[in-house]
Ligand binder design. Structure first.
Ligand code: SAH
Length: 218
């Protein structure tokens, strides 16, 4: 793949349009919209496909995986209610785009990917762009116990159930956002940890993610 890190007026214009598009679709949080307006999503695409980078669509990034649709990234991010300094665990680094959005909001991001090639790519590309999450390679379906607890946990792949271990790794007052369903479609689920063993669960809209594969997943 031929990556090029140049942010031209054409891409900047397209990015502004993308912000308007997802605003119309219902994303209201100004901070999230600002982050989408800032992160150069075309940096995650081969230059041949730059004309696809600011369409509100998911796109293949290799290894049978995708960079999530911007609307979906914004939707999950909005649900996390990120505060500056929040310690956030992202399961499914993929392209790294979602991690950049979380970093723009001031989060301290721990991100884990199970596919080595994707991991290798993000540990090079993100710091080059100026984004510095903590990168991990491995199965994130059981979280990362060594660095727990987290204020927020976001799962960017579709899970069959909510892994118990992730709830354990949340702080009290913390939020988990995870798509749960079958291989075809999933419902976005948010879980607020209200006490050591108390949770408040909300089931929201339908999405289609690549599967969460692992010990506590598919
Ligand atoms: N957040 C990504 C979306 C990537 S798609 C982005 O912004 O581009 C989901 C990713 O989850 C894929 O890269 C897939 O390999 C990864 N994944 C699936 N199961 C996983 C697991 N158990 N642990 C870590 N990563 C996983």
């Amino acid at each position: 793949m031929a990556y090029k890190f140049v942010d031209n007026y054409r891409e900047r214009g397209a990015r502004k349009q993308l912000v308007e598009t997802i605003k119309k679709k219902g994303i209201a949080d100004e901070r999230v919209l600002k982050a989408i307006g800032k992160v150069p999503r075309h940096f995650f695409f081969d230059e041949t496909f730059w004309n696809q980078a600011y369409k509100d669509i998911a796109f293949p990034i290799g290894e049978g995986q995708t960079i999530s649709q911007p609307y979906t990234v914004a939707y999950q991010t909005e649900l996390l209610h990120i505060k500056k300094g929040d310690k956030v665990l992202e399961i499914g680094t993929g392209s790294g785009y979602q991690a950049c959005i979380l970093l723009e909001l001031g989060a301290d991001v721990y991100t884990i990917e199970r596919q080595e090639k994707l991991y290798e790519r993000t540990i090079q590309v993100l710091p080059y762009m100026g984004y510095k999450p903590h990168f991990f390679l491995g199965d994130g379906s059981k979280g990362i116990r060594e660095h727990a607890p987290y204020d927020k946990i976001i799962v960017t792949a579709g899970a069959p159930t909510v892994p118990e271990e992730l709830l354990k790794q949340l702080t009290v007052g913390g939020i988990l956002v995870i798509p749960v369903g079958n291989a075809e479609t999933q419902k976005m689920v948010t879980i607020l940890k209200t006490g050591e063993n108390d949770f408040e669960k909300h089931v929201l809209d339908t999405f289609r993610f690549v599967p969460l594969v692992g010990d506590k997943a598919w």
